[in-house]
Design a protein around this ligand. Sequence first.
Ligand code: FAD
Length: 601
Amino acid sequence: ALLFPTRLKVVPHEFSDRASFRSWLLDDDGGFRNTFTRDIRAREQVTAPFVWFAPSDDGHDVEDFLGGHDDTLAWCREFMSPRDEIKPNYPVADMMDDGYTKDHGYDYDLVVIGGGSGGMAAAKEAAVLGAKVACLDFVKPSPAGTTWGLGGTCVNVGCIPKKLFHIGSLLHESVRKDTPSFGIRLGEPNGASATDELSGIVPDPSTQMRWELVRENIQNYIRGLNFKYRVRLREKEVTYFNKLAKFTDKHTIEAVDKKGRSSLITAARFLVAVGGRPSPLSCEGAEHAISSDDVFAMEKCPGKTLCVGASYISLECAGFLAGMGLDVTVAVRSILLRGFDRECADKIGDYMVDHGVRFKRDVIPSKLEKIETGQTKVLFSDGTEEVYDTVLAAVGRMADTDKLGLESVGVETNPKNRRIIGKFEQTHCPNIYAIGDVLDKTPELTPVAIQAGLYLARRLFGGDKEAMDYQNVCTTVFTPIEYACVGLSEEDAVAKYGQNNIEVYHREFVPLEWSLSMSRSHNAAYTKVIVDKSPQENVLGIHYVGPNAGEVMQGYGTSMKQGLTLKTLTDTVGIHPTSSEEIVTLSITKSSGEDAAAGGC
Ligand code: FAD
């Protein structure tokens, strides 16, 4: 793919072969020569006529204009990298084949559709690299009428409010379950006997977590973030439009504002980063359910709640609502946390039961009905009926692509989830790219969207070659007992390598911070490491169920990227006393049949 033109004119120089151009281009240290990069940085010289000729041996000997300094530098980086590092499988030629030239005559070099985690990251990075960028973000109200500001799912109706409610709920649980054992007194214990109070068995009923207060504080924090995001786009010279976009052709979108006023915006390249939205229930009366798009902003406490679905979103919401002291039921059709490690998922379920969450197994709601009290009556598939103050549907998410006009520009989507099909974030329409939750077969996580956006911007406008690596991404489920993992689940490891070719090291343990409390489930925390049975015992997956799971797992994720072996893991000296040290001191194998319950220190 690395063809050199028969003649390359870099005014006033002219080169006829790759070697002479390369030796002119690179300085002694292998970087781009100063004069070249300095010229390029001088904006007024941006259109200086650098010209390259296509190779004549492909029958194409017409003079092609490559572009100005920026385009030429990008081309040089792409084709003449000082490191000559072409990532395997990275389709350099495809990326350059999107019809992009600097003097394209469109309004923008790049228009990003969607101002969420991925879209904003890509827009700012592209602008920093010199591209003229616009970003459109428009929030369609949820069916229940909830709407929000700039920043997308994560900040408004996802990670941020979810984690803040979760933290609040953990604090509340700790106040009730742990603080008595540490001798902390928060108000009078309302009738609990001194012995009960000391043992921590009787929670202090005077503690309360007030929905209206925590909700207000969280929403204020989010409004602050919405404002900061706007400022940051402006600082990076990204033009922001609060408009809904739809493709009219591959270089044009129609942008419609809140008042229905429409305008056309053109761009050489588009990046679709529109994320996803919750799927509604499919039963009669589904409109009486809310979703994760609504729950965090509810004015009134949700009260007695039914969470429908066994997704991480359903379990996380059920967990923090129960931790606040609410009566919570989860309706589960089949298994908890499909796609995650089964054993860990079941431990989460067990812990949640101890935490006060009721599970209604093997059912789906078949009808929802509003009753006079304002509550919702739910008829389940097993014929039972129950009444709830709130029904929260968390049965999956769909990419938000159905009204984007993608079919008119040849961008293909997966009919099952409406997510865009692409390779290296490039869609079937070469000048249209996609990242984040909207891109099929990639993890639906904020840091994934951000990293894919940054890498894509750097490849398109910075001459980088690094492709996004979607393997071994750490993730955490913020249920009352948290769970984090990296790599394969035990089921996936068995499916990929065969039961006889893997080994599992595991341990149940009591986190020290829970050890004084009598109200905590015994040995609820758990960790396991799955390795292959090759001589070097490569680590295939690490799983941890316990406090601060995300903090524990992040570093192991870095090790996994380097190709972690069991020896390296167990050669690592632990930090004592922590829960994380349980991972580096594992010795009990599943195949030995030994009890995985750990002893003391
Ligand atoms: P989004 O952030 O969804 O942004 C897309 C934006 O595009 C939205 O603002 C949307 O309104 C806008 N838009 C859509 N269509 C158009 C259009 N036609 N024109 C203009 N604008 C449009 N991830 C984690 O990593 N950790 C977590 O703990 C976590 N918790 C979560 C909890 C919940 C309840 C949910 C729902 C998600 C959670 N996620 C979490 C997932 C994370 O929020 C997403 O992976 C991430 O936000 C995806 O970013 P994105 O840029 O792809 O899309």
